[in-house]
Design a protein around this ligand. Structure first.
Ligand code: MN
Length: 357
């Protein structure tokens, strides 16, 4: 595995490449062209400039999170072929710049969903949190307004104001889209991009839906082992793989995370490792990474990744806001840096106990 950190680019991130470079063991960043819109073609020049900037700091680009998918591709409507064509050209440009891992998601309308961006924990830190009761009480069109005030002046991925201004229109677009239709659209998309992925050895890593169930009546398919194995089988190519995000699959306590990791051997191209603390099955917050602070056995999760020979980029996921840092919720420096060293500690212990027998 390679330890990485997500970075949104110097124009958008409060964390600098120089700071990331000083986190022990972190050698790469997972980044994106944050100001591009879904469906837009990424030029080779812009990718090259981003790469040069990252490399000047002594780091490198370990993968892209994300190249977002246009809604026409997800719904199978409108200009989907044109947008897929742009996606293929973007992958080609990334491949030519020696970038070989692309994370994306296939969630309708809303990206990940939280109901609080700054729940105060007993130690005084704040964390992102979710309660189903709060979602059920909310008009989906008001979802954006209800959290916009907590973004610390940043723009959060999936919650761009331009997108949220169209939320009514987006709901109408997905009116006739159910799970089967979404699976069919995903298959169509994957079949179209696999040739370019094979040509440039680009691993596609779909991010799970978060939370891993339907919200506001919208279909969600990347939620459990059964569905993800269906997806692997329907386009059976090693480049069609997943981002294993423990915090997203883990929102559903029925998901056995270490078991899922083992069943996806060879198809996990990227790992997000984080912990959640549950107060009830539908009320949880994003806990510090270490096992004792949350509900997951992080040792078992990292051990499963080790056991399947996972060798892709791994990153700590959302962190709490601690030590007075003001940053994009979930994406401050300090708690993620603690997560990165903790995960590496687990990995070293597992590796040594396995190889010194
Ligand atoms: Mn994730």
């Amino acid at each position: 595995m390679e330890m990485t950190l997500r970075w949104y680019g110097s124009k958008f991130d409060t964390v600098t490449l120089q700071q990331i470079r000083q986190i022990p063991g972190v050698t790469g960043v997972i980044t994106t062209l944050y100001d591009t819109q879904p469906g837009e073609l990424w030029s080779r020049e812009r990718i090259r400039a981003l790469k040069d900037e990252v490399e000047a700091s002594g780091l490198h680009i370990s993968g892209i999170e994300s190249v977002n998918i246009h809604d026409d591709i997800k719904t199978g409507l409108g200009k989907r072929d044109e947008y897929i064509d742009n996606y293929i050209k973007t992958l080609e440009n990334l491949g030519q710049e020696d970038i070989h891992m692309v994370c994306y998601n296939f969630m309708p309308v809303f990206d990940w969903t939280r109901t609080e961006l700054a729940r105060v924990l007993p130690d005084g830190s704040t964390a992102l949190a979710y309660t189903q009761e709060a979602v059920d009480a909310l008009d989906p069109e008001k979802m954006f307004e209800s959290i916009a005030g907590d973004m610390n002046g940043t723009v959060m991925p999936g919650w761009e104001p331009e997108r949220m201004a169209r939320v009514k229109e987006l709901f109408a677009l997905y009116k006739d889209v159910d799970d089967e239709k979404l699976f069919a659209s995903l298959k169509y998309f994957l079949e179209a991009i696999m040739p370019v992925c094979n040509k440039y050895d680009i691993n596609m890593a779909i991010h799970p839906d978060d939370p891993a169930w339907s919200v506001f009546g919208l279909p969600r398919i990347i939620i459990n082992e059964e569905n993800i194995l269906r997806m692997m089988k329907m386009v059976d190519d090693p480049h069609n793989g997943v981002t294993f995000c423990s915090g997203s699959y883990g929102t559903n306590l029925k998901n056995d995370l270490p078991h899922m990791i083992r069943s996806l051997k060879g198809r996990i191209h990227f790992a997000h490792v984080r912990n959640l603390k549950f107060h009830s099955p539908t009320n949880f917050e994003e806990a510090p990474h270490i096992s004792r602070c949350g509900s997951f056995d992080m040792y078992e999760i990292v051990k499963a990744l080790y056991d399947i020979g996972f060798n892709g980029p791994i990153r700590p996921d959302h962190g709490r806001s601690i030590w007075g840092e003001v940053a994009m919720p979930g994406y401050g420096l300090y708690d993620r840096a603690l997560g990165a060293t903790y995960i590496q500690g687990l990995w070293e212990a597992i590796e040594k106990s396995e190889t010194r027998k």
